[in-house]
Design a protein. Structure first.
Length: 151
């Protein structure tokens, strides 16, 4: 478009030239818009493909972590079951030892009670024997005196 420095009104020719120039710009812009649109579609497709790949990789990593975590949980569970089993065995052994100790204690107690009863019986019997002997000793002198007087 020609530059008009004298500030004259535009002629039909000037307007037609501007319209022609605008039509060219419009056509150029449409072409550039289509090119940009196509380029954006291609870029979006590339990004979408990359994202799908990244998402697949993250899913694979997550699956691997999940598998590893499940294995660790299984090991911990197995270890806990073994520890519980060992603890139960130790508790059973302790209960057996306590039962044995209780049995031995009660047996010793019963033996002590029996010894005490026997001691009491012996003390009573011994006391009776001593009293009999004392009576015999007291009567012994009397018997000797009677025997001597009969002579």
């Amino acid at each position: 478009m020609a530059k008009n420095d004298d500030h004259q009104p535009a002629t039909k020719g000037d307007i037609a030239a501007v319209r022609s120039e605008l039509a060219e710009v419009k056509t150029e812009l449409k072409g550039e818009i289509v090119a940009v649109k196509s380029e954006l579609k291609n870029d979006i497709a590339v990004v979408k493909t990359e994202l799908k790949g990244d998402i697949a990789a993250v899913k694979d990593d997550l699956a691997a972590v999940k598998t590893e975590l499940n294995q660790k949980i299984e090991r911990v569970y197995s270890s806990q079951v073994q520890a519980d089993s060992r603890l139960e065995q130790k508790m059973d052994r302790m209960m057996d030892k306590m039962d044995t100790l209780y049995s031995n204690t009660m047996s010793s107690y019963e033996k002590t009670v029996l010894k005490g009863e026997k001691y009491d019986q012996k003390a009573v019997t011994h006391g009776a024997i001593l009293i009999d002997h004392e009576d015999k000793l007291l009567k012994h002198e009397t018997r000797i005196t009677l025997l001597e007087s009969k002579k």
